[in-house]
Ligand binder design. Structure first.
Ligand SMILES: C[S@@+](CC[C@H](N)C(=O)[O-])C[C@H]1O[C@@H](n2cnc3c(N)ncnc32)[C@H](O)[C@@H]1O
Length: 295
C-alpha cells in the first residue's frame, strides 16, 4: 500500500481531533470553568493554566494555534480578550463555535474560530498581544515556519505561551511509569499485567514509553521531533520563564482507575514526589511550559 499523502494525513488528523472534541463535549462542555475540575486538570494543568490566564487583560488581542474544541481561546475571551482560535479540524471548531454561541451576551470579550493549516499559515504582522499554543507544536512538520509566523504576528513585547512535550521520554521516566502502572489499579487487570511482564520482560518499559509519547495515535504524532522548538524559540524570542512539568504524573493520572477520594490524595502525593525527582535530576520530564517575549 502506498504512503498516504500529506493531504490525506491532514484529513486524518482533523478527523481524529474532531471526534475527540465531539466526544469530550458530550460529557463536559468545552469551558475551562468546568474543565478545570476534571481529575487530570486538578492534578496536572489547573495551576499552570490559571497562572497563564492571569496574563490576559480586557481588550487584549489573543490568538491560539491548534485550539481544538476552543476551551482556552474561550477562557481568554471570558477574561475580556478579543480572542481568535485556529485549528485544522473544522469538526472541532464547530464544537467550539456552537458552545461559544450558546453563551450569548454573557461573554466579556469576543471569540472567533478559523480553520488553518499551521504548516503553511500566513499570519498578519504585529497584530496580537498574546499567542498561545498547547500540545500542538509537536504535531507540525514545519515547526520552524509557524514559530517565525508567531514572531511576526506578535506586537513588540507580545507574549508567546507554549505548553508541549520536548524531546523523547527518558528511560528513567519509562521505568518509573512502568512500575507505577504495574502496582496501581488501571484498566488492565493484574492477571494481564503479569502475563504482559512475562511476555515482554525488559521490553515492557519501551512499550510504556511509546504509550506515554502517544505513538501511533495521530498521523502527525511526533512529526515535529526533528526540530528543537525550544532552540528555535530561543533564537527569536527572549525566554522569560521555563517551567518543567512533572515526569510521570500526567500519564499515571490518565491511567489510574480509582474513585476520586482515593485517587486525588494519591496523585497529589505522586506529583510532589515526581517534581522533587525532576528537580534533583533523577527523572527527566519532556513536558515544558514556556513564557517568551518578542524582544
Ligand atoms: C493535542 S491536540 C491539542 C488541542 C488543544 N490545544 C488542547 O490542549 O486541548 C492538537 C491540536 O492540533 C491541531 N493540529 C494538528 N496539526 C495541525 C495543523 N497542521 N494545523 C492546524 N492545527 C493542527 C489538531 O487538530 C488538534 O486540535
Amino acid at each position: 500500500m502506498s504512503e498516504p499523502t500529506y493531504e490525506q494525513k491532514l484529513a486524518g488528523e482533523a478527523d481524529l481531533w474532531g471526534a475527540d472534541a465531539e466526544r469530550s463535549a458530550q460529557s463536559v462542555p468545552p469551558d475551562w470553568r468546568q474543565h478545570q475540575n476534571l481529575r487530570h486538570n486538578i492534578i496536572y494543568h489547573k495551576r499552570d493554566i490559571n497562572i497563564f490566564l492571569d496574563h490576559i487583560q480586557p481588550g487584549m488581542r489573543t490568538l491560539e494555534l491548534g485550539c481544538g474544541s476552543g476551551w482556552l481561546t474561550l477562557a481568554m475571551a471570558q477574561r475580556g480578550a478579543q480572542a481568535t482560535g485556529m485549528d485544522i479540524s473544522e469538526r472541532a471548531l464547530e464544537v467550539a463555535r456552537r458552545y461559544a454561541e450558546s453563551l450569548g451576551e454573557s461573554l466579556r470579550g469576543s471569540v472567533t474560530y478559523a480553520t488553518a493549516d499551521l504548516n503553511t499559515i500566513e499570519l498578519p504582522a504585529a497584530r496580537y498581544d498574546v499567542i498561545a499554543v498547547k500540545g500542538t507544536l509537536h504535531h507540525l512538520m514545519r515547526m520552524d515556519h509557524v514559530i517565525a509566523e508567531m514572531h511576526k504576528a506578535l506586537k513588540p513585547s507580545g507574549l508567546l505561551w507554549v505548553s508541549d512535550s520536548h524531546g523523547e521520554e527518558s528511560l528513567s521516566t519509562a521505568l518509573v511509569a512502568s512500575g507505577l502502572m504495574f502496582l496501581l489499579p488501571t484498566h488492565v487487570s493484574y492477571g494481564e499485567k503479569i502475563r504482559g511482564l512475562l511476555r515482554f520482560g525488559t521490553r515492557a518499559p519501551s512499550r510504556i514509553k511509546a504509550s506515554i509519547e502517544a505513538e501511533g495515535l495521530s498521523p502527525f504524532e511526533g512529526a515535529g521531533r526533528e526540530f528543537d522548538w525550544l532552540q528555535l524559540i530561543r533564537e527569536q524570542f527572549t525566554i522569560e520563564q521555563y517551567i518543567n512539568s512533572p515526569a510521570v504524573t500526567g500519564y499515571i493520572t490518565h491511567q489510574v482507575r480509582l474513585p476520586d477520594w482515593a485517587a486525588l490524595p494519591l496523585l497529589r502525593t505522586l506529583r510532589v514526589v515526581d517534581e522533587t525527582l525532576v528537580r534533583v535530576g533523577v527523572l527527566h520530564n519532556s513536558g515544558i511550559i514556556l513564557y517568551a517575549r518578542k524582544g
